[in-house]
Design a protein around this ligand. Structure first.
Ligand code: MN
Length: 261
């Protein structure tokens, strides 16, 4: 064998050795990645729906579009769901299309780990994954004629705000004070402490380990057809369509669910 061939073979052997080293093997890269995610988020409380990944689809409404009449009208529900939310779904899929690395990431995982996404899609994913997550949550928290009953959540609301009426007043004031488009949330931290929080655009608070219990969409598209500029009236009527069963369920879940396990 010529000296050059021997050197080439040695070089190739070294290359193979390096390539099979755990640090360089692709599979192990992803293990390292998972570990980073785990250590960064020890208190995650959001349930991770791993089945829900690219290509995302429009989640059907859990009720008929007229189910919340007269508080939220059929036409608003139709357009809100089939046009606005559909656009978030489509734009999210479009952004992720050429990034197969993230095709098995759930909505929650994307939102929780935005900083790990490439810069050129980060904001688009934030806006649109946020749009999908927020609306799925919002539509689920709406139902007509649900009575408020004694539960850990109601006890907590009374403790924190003094009464349900005071809670409504504070929640309404927060919703009125969102400038432009955004959301108001009743959230819980991992210890069960509740608070009212605001978010702009389609942002939410799950990456801050705050678990959503109730949310109101105060984008104009959520109320303009029926209420025009009367956000005040829309918020008052929102209190008639809070699904308290679901809110109680959300609060019970916050300490028992774990994301990304
Ligand atoms: Mn909306």
């Amino acid at each position: 064998m010529k000296k050059r061939t021997v050197l080439l073979l040695i070089g190739f052997a070294i290359f193979l050795n390096i390539a099979s080293n755990p640090i360089f093997a692709n599979e192990n890269f992803s293990q390292v990645k998972e570990k980073i995610i785990d250590t960064r988020s020890p208190n995650i409380v959001i349930e991770d729906n791993k089945e829900n990944h690219f290509p995302f689809s429009l989640k059907p409404l859990p009720y008929d579009t007229s189910a919340l009449e007269p508080y939220i009208d059929k036409k608003t529900m139709e357009i809100h769901h089939s046009k606005h939310v559909k656009a978030y779904v489509d734009n999210l899929n479009k952004a992720l299309e050429t990034y197969p690395k993230y095709h098995d990431w759930s909505l929650e995982k994307l939102l929780y780990n935005l900083d790990d996404l490439p810069k050129d899609i980060r904001q688009t994913v934030k806006n649109n994954a946020g749009g999908v997550f927020n609306h799925n949550f919002f539509f689920d928290i709406l139902k007509k004629d649900v009575e408020i009953y004694d539960s850990n959540l109601i006890t907590k609301i009374n403790e924190k705000f003094g009464s349900i009426e005071n809670f409504k007043t504070e929640f309404k004031n927060a919703a009125l004070s969102v400038f432009g488009s955004g959301w108001v949330w009743l959230v819980s931290d991992k210890d069960g402490n509740i608070s009212i929080e605001k978010s702009a655009n389609q942002d939410n608070l799950i990456s801050e380990n705050l678990f959503p219990i109730i949310a109101i969409d105060v984008w104009e598209h959520a109320y303009y057809l029926l209420y025009q500029n009367r956000r005040n009236e829309y918020i008052d009527n929102f209190f008639n369509v809070i699904n308290w069963d679901k809110a109680v369920e959300n609060y019970e879940k916050h300490t028992t669910t774990n994301y990304n396990k």
